[in-house]
Write a protein that binds this ligand. Structure first.
Ligand SMILES: NC(=O)c1ccc[n+]([C@@H]2O[C@H](COP(=O)([O-])OP(=O)(O)OC[C@H]3O[C@@H](n4cnc5c(N)ncnc54)[C@H](OP(=O)(O)O)[C@@H]3O)[C@@H](O)[C@H]2O)c1
Length: 335
């Protein structure tokens, strides 16, 4: 059997156990079985993959393939493709792979075409790997679900605006709401950067514990994009106008984390939680905004190669919020 180099996550949290994984469970494997594409799949040589730090606590169904390869944001080159595929051998592609399938911390992966988009000229593999999850979450939550809740002229509050998804949110929302709309950003470490990304007003939860009152002074908002959840979402609910919308991605979902007031919001059809899906067409739209200069990739740290020590250290740093003063995603440059 052919093999490849990979980093495996040896302890896998699952629905049926209380296992908790840590960075030391990320282990180099020089003989991981080479994936074999099904007739509908492409084989991809991975060039870069982004770390989603909290993946260590994701729970997998007991049937998930082991040993697991983590990291689902990938960028690479097509090695083989089905005959009727829209992609050709040699195409540079990126995508967010299905969470229960194998990930990108390896030399190769397989993917269904629906997860992939071509990497535009001028975008490197490292940047491409950093854009998928954040870009798709923002597009799906704010422009696709419920017919799209952010429009020209909307006044939008982003909670957790300094994170990977939040920063992407601020940039896209600025573009979508236009000059007549407003972007209010509330985050933590790195708020100084948010005005340059397009925010009209910025608050920092660490330095301004009274941020709810400060936002209230700016008047009601049309939409809240919540990337934090729990108490932060709970205290923000009254900031949205009657009939305004709340989109939340913070984990666990508000119903499970017991957010007071959420039941009413959901019953009225004014709020929803969702989990992002890989989607090549939508990723093409994210790439389009990148090409127009509307969004920038923000990479905090690059780990060189599939080294166990490098990946463990990079992952540990990502869990602490990345390189101090340089907000962004940690990407492993596989090739
Ligand atoms: N449902 C989905 O499909 C989906 C998709 C993507 C992400 N997510 C979830 O969304 C959340 C954000 O993801 P991410 O990748 O953007 O995370 P991230 O890069 O780790 O960023 C989190 C950001 O939130 C800030 N923050 C923490 N507590 C806050 C508070 N009380 N008020 C305001 N800001 C606060 C942090 O600032 P400090 O570092 O200063 O604390 C940090 O900048 C995570 O919980 C993730 O699991 C869900």
């Amino acid at each position: 059997m052919s093999t490849m180099h990979a980093i495996n996550l040896l302890k896998v949290p699952s629905w049926s156990s209380s296992t908790v994984a840590s960075t030391t469970d990320l282990t180099y494997n020089p003989t991981h079985p080479l994936p074999v594409p099904s007739p509908t799949q492409l084989l991809i040589r991975i060039h870069a993959t982004a770390i989603t730090p909290y993946e260590l606590s994701w729970e997998y169904p007991p049937s998930a393939t082991e040993p697991r390869i983590p990291c689902h944001d990938i960028a690479g080159v097509v090695v083989s493709a089905p005959e009727d595929s829209g992609f050709q051998i040699g195409d540079r592609v990126f995508g967010l792979l299905g969470f229960y399938g194998q990930g990108g911390l390896a030399e190769y992966t397989v993917a269904e075409e629906k997860y992939l988009a071509k990497i535009p000229e001028g975008m490197g593999f490292v940047e491409a790997a950093s854009l998928g999850r954040a870009g798709l979450t923002v597009f799906e939550g704010l422009r696709v679900r419920n017919g799209g809740v952010v429009r020209e002229g909307s006044k939008v509050l982003v909670l957790g605006a300094t994170g990977a998804v939040g920063r992407m949110g601020v940039q896209c929302i600025r573009h979508w709401v236009g000059a007549s709309g407003k972007v209010i950003a509330m985050g933590g470490e790195g708020t100084a950067e948010l005005k340059s990304l397009g925010a009209d007003a910025v608050f920092n939860y660490r330095e301004e514990p009274n941020w709810v009152d400060l936002v209230k002074n700016l008047g009601e908002v049309d939409v809240i994009f919540d990337c934090v959840g729990k108490k932060t979402l709970e205290v923000a609910i009254p900031l949205v106008r009657n009939g305004g919308k709340i989109v939340t991605i913070g984990s666990p979902p508000p119903a499970i984390s017991g957010v007071k007031g959420w039941d009413e919001v959901e019953k009225r059809g004014d709020g929803f939680f969702f989990i992002v899906d890989g989607d090549g067409d939508l990723l093409g739209e994210v790439a389009g905004l990148y090409e127009k200069g509307v969004i920038k990739a923000s990479v905090s740290n690059v780990v060189e190669g599939l080294s166990e020590k490098g990946v463990q250290e990079g992952w540990a740093l990502a869990l602490k919020g990345g390189v101090k003063g340089k907000p962004g995603t940690t990407v492993v440059k596989v090739l």
